[in-house]
Design a protein around this ligand. Structure first.
Ligand SMILES: [Ca+2]
Ligand SMILES: [Ca+2]
Length: 139
């Protein structure tokens, strides 16, 4: 009887390291996006600036409450604890402070080719990506 118990204990202990650390390399949230928010078209305006790492560049679908940094003025931003992958960096000058992009508010982000649509960046797991962004237009 004791032998069976001991045997079971060895099996249980042997299995422990497997379930101890569920993080795999792909889903570890240890990447960072950082850079400067430049005024661009929003020069001279004020209000909280929300910068998000978004999975979409469709302005009406961006969630401004997740994976974000909030600034009180133009300047450096940093978004931490990101999983490696593809992101659109988007910025909102949230003048009415409701965490949403409203008509008449400035938006911007990383638009590499200047066509007025945000372009994605590729973020590697465990790395920090540096990308400056700017305000582009009024919504
Ligand atoms: Ca708003
Ligand atoms: Ca573009």
């Amino acid at each position: 009887m004791q032998r069976i118990l001991l045997f079971s204990l060895i099996i249980i202990l042997g299995a422990l390291p497997v379930c101890k650390n569920p993080d795999t390399l792909e889903n570890k949230a240890d990447s960072t996006i950082t850079g400067q928010v430049l005024p661009g078209d929003a020069q001279g305006r004020s209000g909280p600036i929300i910068v998000v790492a978004s999975r979409t560049n469709e302005l009406d679908k961006i969630d401004w409450t997740l994976q974000r940094d909030i600034l009180s003025r133009f300047g450096p931003f940093e978004i931490n604890e990101l999983i490696g992958g593809t992101y659109y960096i988007a910025a909102l000058l949230d003048e009415n402070r409701n965490d949403q992009l409203d008509s008449g508010e400035y938006w911007g982000g990383h638009d590499a080719n200047g066509d007025g649509r945000l372009d994605f960046v590729q973020l590697d797991g465990g790395k920090t990506l540096q990308q400056d962004i700017t305000f582009i237009a009024i919504y």
